[in-house]
Design a protein around this ligand. Structure first.
Ligand code: ZN
Length: 409
């Protein structure tokens, strides 16, 4: 682990920390019953903004090996993500005129949840996935997968072996790669002359507006705006030519880039940059107000849960997710308040949440044990989860959605 003293993108020393979430365990490091709790590693979790390029970033780098050795997040467990991936592929094929002679690369391809749609359409593709256990699952599903981290060196190897890529995709990985310059340089190396890079990531504007502080964890290094990304792409000969807001993960941006001057700049990109200026994203108060609102939320949620406990209510939680870990650990909500947490992933069931050590059960436990309230930690999938849990709510159970304002549904 190392502490940052200069901006990961532009190198400026003018980093301004604005949100300190304290010492946090690794948000995806689920424990097993019987693990020695006192040896659970904790690292500072502080968010800063660069006052030169205005890139928002966390100040600690935890070595990726610690993070990805056995990554427990399997994309295919979310119906919403599967639908989103399929729709994205159906959009890309005509848009980029892809056929059997094309080549598509997805960085952080996970279990092949997205690329399997290209495989089905007979479009040659390759996944790049650092977690070995997940890469194996993808290969078994028929999705060719290179096991490793993406960067300039990997990109050179892939280009030598497979040729340049018509389309490079990166969904929810770009914000997780600490060496942003190596990552963008890699995309520039691998890209065909008129090819496209399409990356999706949670958008800074949504992060701030909707108070999504719980999306901060050690793996999630950056919170991107177009304003901050433009100079980073330009540094490597690439140009952002389009950006579209997509409604996933609490509000994301789908950003398209290519070699400078090769693609027409979309009017909606220009409009988005104007919106960012109007929101004053290049001023410190924009970030400092956010930190103040997080403190207010902390008090409100603690008061609500405290009141329910005083009334003798039972409370569980839904979603043993990374964001759940940040929220529970920062707000100091643990076993004194929550009886257990449920999660659909069979890989997580039977384990314990990081820092708070709640036991992770199957969602059926909600119906079995009927807690009066369930704190919805995976609020980004609220609609889907509420639909799946109708039997629980019909039996009188209530969900608490924690942010941007705690509310009972
Ligand atoms: Zn900077």
């Amino acid at each position: 682990m190392s502490s940052l003293c200069s901006c990961r993108s532009c190198g400026s020393a003018r980093l301004h920390p604005f949100l300190d979430l304290g010492l946090q365990p690794l948000a995806n490091n689920l424990l097993r019953p019987g693990d020695p709790f006192d040896q659970e590693p904790r690292f500072p979790l502080i968010v800063a903004v660069c006052q030169d390029c205005w890139l928002v970033q966390i100040t600690e780098t935890v070595p990726p090996v610690t993070l990805f050795e056995e990554y427990l997040y399997f994309s295919s467990f979310s119906d919403a993500m599967l639908r989103h991936a399929k729709a994205a592929v159906e959009h890309h094929i005509p848009e980029c005129e892809l056929d059997a002679g094309s080549f598509v690369v997805e960085i952080a391809s996970n279990d092949g949840y997205l690329l399997k749609n290209f495989v089905a359409a007979d479009i040659p593709c390759l996944g790049v996935e650092p977690a070995r256990n997940i890469a194996v699952v993808a290969e078994q599903a028929g999705v060719p997968t290179f096991c490793g981290f993406f960067g300039e060196r990997t990109a050179g190897q892939l280009r030598a072996e497979h040729g340049p890529a018509d389309l490079i995709l990166g969904n929810n990985v770009f914000a997780h790669a600490p060496d942003i310059n190596d990552f963008i340089a890699g995309m520039a190396v691998l890209l065909k002359e008129d090819g496209r890079v399409v990356v999706e990531f949670p958008y800074l504007g949504n992060f701030i507006d909707h108070l999504e502080f719980d999306t901060v964890y050690h793996e999630h290094v950056f919170y991107f705006s177009v304003t901050a990304l433009r100079p980073a792409f330009e540094r490597h000969g690439l140009e952002i030519f389009d950006a579209e807001k997509v409604d996933i993960h609490g509000g994301s941006l789908r950003l398209s880039a290519g070699r400078a001057g090769r693609h027409a700049v979309a009017p909606r990109l220009t409009a988005l940059v104007e919106d960012e200026n109007a929101a004053r994203m290049t001023t410190l108060p924009y970030y400092e107000n956010f930190a103040r609102r997080v403190e207010v939320l902390k008090t409100r949620l603690q008061e609500l849960l405290g009141k329910l406990k005083e009334e003798g209510k039972t409370i569980a939680a839904y979603g043993a997710s990374a964001k759940g870990s940040t929220l529970l650990n920062y707000f100091g909500i643990g076993r004194e308040t929550l009886d257990f947490v449920v999660d659909r992933s069979t890989y997580k069931q039977g384990r314990l949440t990081p820092g708070t050590h709640l036991s992770i059960e199957a969602p059926e436990k909600l119906l079995e044990r009927r807690p009066d309230f369930t704190l919805l930690l995976t609020w980004n999938f609220a609609a889907e989860i509420l639909r799946q849990q109708e039997a629980y709510t019909e039996a009188g159970g209530r969900f608490i959605i924690p942010l941007p304002e705690p509310r009972i549904v």
